[in-house]
Write a protein that binds this ligand. Structure first.
Ligand code: ADP
Ligand code: MG
Length: 269
């Protein structure tokens, strides 16, 4: 499902102009990372996709839908949004009920609900924790419950807001696995992240935001090489990208696999 944003502007009641004309098209099935300093407007932007915020000017289209004309409940059938802080999202007394809530609310048949819930629980490795109260779990696992409850809704578009913040390496790998699985299923995935290595390892397209605008938007390889522009939004390219540049590699490398490949050729020249 296509997302089309044209010259979107949004001002908070405090008078702060958090989005100052953002235009963006995300094609169905694309996987996009949004990076940028704190306060750049990343969360404000994605909250327009599911109707949590409404455009002050400009337009938003989710498929053919203008979110202004649909309720948040209705938009939930198209856009799943995993909050940065799971505590803002979770409210059920046990994991099973929490994960079932979304698909049940969308009115799916019982068999479909069961299937979606099983799949979401297994992808997030929560199948043995369905009886547990989310608040008895570590913050790491609460994050996985938040992921599961959104994945279970089977929306064509899934948004993760800072999924790896505060997560250990094992859980970051689990989250990467979930995103890879959604990619395989042809879902559109938009991920806000501070973790530039995670971005480089998992996303083909990167959008860098600064002060309510899009600074850069393009293939990860191109964007992550633009050290000086990224610096404007306090984003450093990945360690390996910087090392590659220092070594004089001609191509921008994003991750270990690319680094080793290109470095080998470079050395053999
Ligand atoms: N509820 C709010 N009320 C007023 N200002 C807000 C609110 N939420 C965010 N802001 C401000 O809007 C700007 C963009 O915030 P946000 O979209 O959360 O940025 P990011 O997700 O990139 O860190 C920041 O200056 C932030 O302080
Ligand atoms: Mg944010």
């Amino acid at each position: 499902m296509k997302i089309e944003i044209r010259d979107l502007r949004f001002t908070y009641p405090t008078g702060l102009e958090a989005l100052q004309g953002v235009s963006l098209v995300v094609e169905p099935g694309e996987q996009v990372a949004i990076v940028g300093q704190n306060g750049a407007g990343k969360t404000t932007l994605v909250r327009h996709f599911n109707g949590l915020l409404q455009a002050a000017a400009g337009s938003v289209l989710i498929g053919e839908w203008d979110p202004k004309k649909y309720s948040v409940a209705k938009l939930a059938s198209r856009v799943g949004y995993v909050f940065q802080n799971p505590d803002e999202q979770l409210f059920s007394k046990d994991v099973g009920t929490e994960v079932k809530f979304g698909p049940r609310n969308l009115g799916y048949a019982k068999e479909k609900i069961d299937e979606l819930v099983q799949r979401a629980l297994s992808l997030t490795e929560l199948s043995d924790k369905t009886e547990t109260n989310p608040y008895d779990l570590s913050p790491t696992w609460r994050k996985m419950v938040a992921l599961a409850s959104v994945i279970a809704m089977d929306t064509p578009i899934v948004i993760f807001d800072e999924p790896t913040t505060g997560q250990d390496a094992l859980n970051v790998a689990r989250i990467a696995h979930v995103i890879a699985e959604l990619r395989r299923e042809g879902k559109t995935v938009i991920t806000i992240t501070h973790d530039i290595d995670f971005c480089a390892e998992n996303f083909e397209r990167v959008i860098a935001m600064s002060k309510g605008r899009i600074l850069l938007d393009g293939p990860a390889r191109e964007i992550l090489g633009q050290e000086h522009i990224l610096a404007q939004t306090y984003v450093d390219p990945p360690q390996l990208t910087r090392l590659g540049k220092k070594l004089g590699l001609k191509e921008t490398v994003r991750n270990q696999v690319e680094f080793l490949e290109i470095y080998k050729n470079h050395r053999n020249k």
